[in-house]
Write a protein that binds this ligand. Structure first.
Ligand code: ATP
Ligand code: MG
Length: 327
């Protein structure tokens, strides 16, 4: 099959909705900046700049972004509960969560392992159904929709980014990004055009033909972000998006997410790491299937600034080392 068709190659599985942290190794992070490294750094830097011009279709309209916290919440869950039954055991993963997330918010969902974060994201992402409670997405009661209706909403309104990237391993970057548009019934030319445009926006204009194994971990995650944006979702869900990445690449991905949020995209992101959660505008903490805190971040750190500082520091240290070695 032609790789540009947007469809998985023969025998290739569409990624599962579950996080697959074992599927891809992050690239070996070379602390010493080489020419290649510098080129990657420059590329990432231009990516971060380019995001200022991301198409408004991929994010909320600016006038909407300016009316944050005024209208209907994008995500409105009331007393949401989820119990998993395995044999004779039942696990109460969520015990009654109520939360509203408004347009333009960037919410970090935190909490210990097993506290229900991914279960919550799966419900919000319409990948699973609650055992109890109500969920409205942009005012629409989704807890009562049919499977087909849920799949439709998932494809058009929600973008997903996972820890393990969940890319089709035998398809190139462009085919991976095009896939959600195939399911949305977008014409072939439009798929190509949008796929290329979103890949360029995440700084991968020169990597469209590369398969995931030919990309670094950060680049793979950028392909996943491009794929999540391509249908113009109103909500981006990210479950540990930096969990498989070294700290510098993690900052790069956070800079991309912050730039998207500044353009008005609503983001809900699970993370274990306070160092990642500090880039969000609001932090919600789960424990034992309940929300135990919900706090605004008064002045969120800038991932782009931290990334620049880190890169400059590594470059300066490298220069000192080279100078000492050549003495
Ligand atoms: N599909 C499932 N079937 C049965 N039990 C499940 C399933 N998914 C999750 N659980 C259980 O539900 C609880 C919450 O799991 P969940 O994956 O939501 O936690 P989490 O906060 O995302 O944890 P982590 O930080 O480790 O990813 C856990 O006790 C887990 O074992
Ligand atoms: Mg989880």
């Amino acid at each position: 099959m032609n790789d540009d068709s947007g469809l998985p190659e023969d025998g290739e599985q569409v990624p599962s909705s579950q996080t697959d942290s074992s599927s891809t190794d992050p690239d070996g992070f070379d602390q010493q900046p080489t020419e290649k490294d510098q080129a990657a750094t420059n590329q990432a830097s231009s990516t971060i700049q380019n995001l200022a011009t991301i198409p408004q279709r991929a994010v909320a309209r600016q006038e909407e972004a300016d009316t944050i916290l005024t209208s209907t919440p994008i995500v409105d869950v009331r007393n949401l509960a989820k119990t998993y039954i395995i044999g004779r055991t039942s696990i109460r993963a969520l015990q009654g969560i109520s939360l509203g997330v408004y347009q333009g918010e960037f919410v970090a969902v935190m909490g210990p392992s097993g506290s229900g974060k991914s279960t919550f994201m799966n419900l919000v992402g319409c990948l699973d159904r609650p055992s109890q409670g109500e969920y409205r997405l942009a005012g629409k009661l989704v807890s009562s929709l049919s499977n087909d209706e849920l799949a439709n909403i998932r494809n058009r309104q929600i973008g997903f980014v996972f820890q393990g990237f969940n890319l089709l391993t035998r398809s190139n970057a462009l085919s991976n990004v095009i896939l959600p548009m195939v399911y949305a019934g977008v014409s072939r030319e439009e798929r190509e055009r949008r796929g290329r445009s979103v890949l360029r926006l995440v700084g991968l204009g020169d990597r469209m033909d590369h398969k995931p194994s030919e990309l670094s971990g950060g680049q793979q995650q950028r392909v996943a972000i491009a794929r999540a944006l391509v249908n113009g979702p109103s909500l981006l869900l990210a479950d540990e998006p930096t969990g498989n990445l070294d700290s510098r690449t993690g900052l790069e991905i956070m800079a991309v997410l912050q730039a998207l949020n500044e353009q008005g995209l609503t983001i809900l992101m699970v993370t274990h790491e306070p160092d990642i959660a500090k880039f969000a505008r609001r932090q919600v903490t789960f424990r034992d299937g309940l929300i135990v805190s919900d706090e605004p971040v008064l002045s969120p750190a800038s991932a782009k600034e931290e990334w620049t500082k880190l890169v400059n520091k590594v470059t300066a240290e490298h220069k000192v080392k080279v100078t000492e070695e050549t003495r």
